[in-house]
Design a binder for this molecule. Sequence first.
Ligand code: DGL
Length: 267
Amino acid sequence: MKQRPIGVFDSGIGGLTVAQAIINVLPNERIIYFGDTAHLPYGDKSTAAIQSYAVKICDLLIRQHCKVILIACNSASAAAYELVKEYVGSKAKVLNVIDPIVQHIGQTYPAKTIGLIGTKQTVNSNVYRKKVDELDLDIYLKSVATPLLAAMIEEGFFNDSISESVINAYLSDPELQQVEALILGCTHYPLIKKQIEKYYQGKVDVLDASQIVAAHVKLFLEEQGLLAEKQQGDHKFYVSDFTRSFEESTRIFFKRQVHLEHYPLWE
Ligand code: DGL
């Protein structure tokens, strides 16, 4: 069991930021990555549609004998985590990217006001708010959907004046004022973390979910006795729709370009 790979999936290649963070802290682990580029973006899709995509992707990851399936997408974590957990049953452990952040918030910011930005699906599902309220720690969550950001990053607009204007427009929303920390509730956003930090000039903690999630995955594998003991073969990267531009963009999310294999789950 320990030597089996970790399955990681996202609506596209944004989840590579999480895969990258996992590889940094767990160099022995082998990753099987699936980006559902045929259905990108998930952020604007219905809950039912995201659930049906997630189940199919899990079938593939189970066939690849993954010991753990990490939903490396906030929109899919919000829409499909409970269903996927039920569906996968005892075949693999299922993790999402929301619980580790909520746990971190509970430990670090009791009785504080926290901001959240993410896709429409993530914000409108209210999953973060429900989970934060369940902590019963008097934490007040303020959230704003920022649907332009993922598309903007994917088009290569980050660390430039265009992204700065869009970020400033979203972060100046009255709802996001007076927050102690801001959750980057989308796996694309680590790429604009520096610009968001610049906007706040050190007055607000900007929470990079990819690092928090990677630390959580490490702890989980340790607790479950599932850590790979020696380095396993090469990572694999699948997409449901292949374009050269997706492959080129892997460099921005994964810090190096990787070879994407076309795995048409929907034909
Ligand atoms: N990576 C997705 C997330 O974390 C955002 C992109 C999308 O809308 O598909 O929510």
